[in-house]
Design a binder for this molecule. Sequence first.
Ligand code: TRP
Length: 456
Amino acid sequence: MGDPIQDEVRKHQAESIQRELFGTRLGFVLAAVGSAVGLGNMWRFPYRASESGGAAFVLLYVALTLVVGIPLMLCEFSIGRRSRLSPVGAFKKEGGKAWSLVGFLGVLTGFLILSYYAVIAGWVVRYAIEGLLTGFAADPGAHFEMVSTGWVPVVYHLMFMAITTVIVMVGVEKGIERASLILMPVLFFIVLGLAVWAFTLPGSADGYAFYLTPSFEELLDPTTFAEAAGQAFFSLSLGMGAMLTFASYLSRHENLNREAATVAFSDFGVAFTAGLVVFPVIAALGLQSQVSSSTVGALFIALPGAFVEMGGLGRVVGVLFFFALTVGALTSALSLLEVVTASMIDEFRIRRRPAAIGAGIVIALVGLLPATNLDALGVMDRITEWFLAVGALLIAIFVGWRMKDPAQEMLDGASGFFAKVVPAVLFFVRFVMPPVIAYVVYYSTTGMIDTIRQTF
Ligand code: TRP
């Protein structure tokens, strides 16, 4: 007491003790990749692609991942590492009170996404367990109907939320980092193996054609563009501060630009490879009609149908597939819950354990709605997609026009090529990204309203 310098030192020590850090660079990268790779790659990507434009969607999705996704991820990384806070506090600290609303929007978005994400993840867990114990059902359409209705999905949803909550409770390094370190490589190799297997199926050619040959007309369709952008944001976990939060646990020597590129390429690699599994399999088995007829068709009806027809081998492959997907969903769910939890820790100054448990319980309860009502699930997915686009727009504007010296943050730890591109990236963040993302927001507004209208 009394000595201001001593006080300052003590305060600093207390802060740096409180803030957890990732143990290794690989740990951070895998946690970020783990966040990105999930149901978005294997459930959402194939169905959104088959719904709007097929290969045109895929091509736009690739382009947007590279051109908008990577710089946006770098923006989130920069805000997070600079402020060393979760979204609400980060925007307040770097931009003032009004900007903290962007953080709130992010927390709300994460909250809503996780509440339905855990429902779908619950179905995946059930398919993995059932596949292992009794095999895949002979009539996959009817079986999915059963899996997604009644009270059993509620149980799986709650179970999935409980596991997620426990890992987040344990904390950044021991929980999230360790889980990702082991599980992410497993996931990637399973999907890769499945793609090779799919290639050997007779009659798969139409699947490749649909997936890989874009029509020019659809490329110019603004709705396809907006959908592809929405998918890119979702799949890269952008627009709500998940990547921002992870970067807040980073030390200063990390090369943010390189990490953003690593995460984006890994995520794209898994999504693209998942497409190389899903579309040929669907074509080989003539299941096209089941896929386009429902949002869940590709993953939960067509693929299990394929596994059944393949006999014993199909069962092994199918179990591996759903196991891998469980892993992907879990590491993504962790990042969603981490944003909500970290915000509670930073804003209310409570400890990790009660924060994680409190957030987990409320999200699980909100999830009872999508768990028992598929229409609600679809609408929540649409609304949060729109939130992500709005969040992405505000993040780009923030870094481009409000944050102090973002170039400095982007350069810290970067070298060579990754340092040289920073001025160009910043120019892009200021002048190109805001109008492009605003265009996406505009068109996804209509998409969202249409979905809501059709549902109710
Ligand atoms: N990206 C994850 C997936 O593809 C989902 C996800 C995790 C997410 N964290 C997010 C989506 C944050 C948006 C924002 O499955």
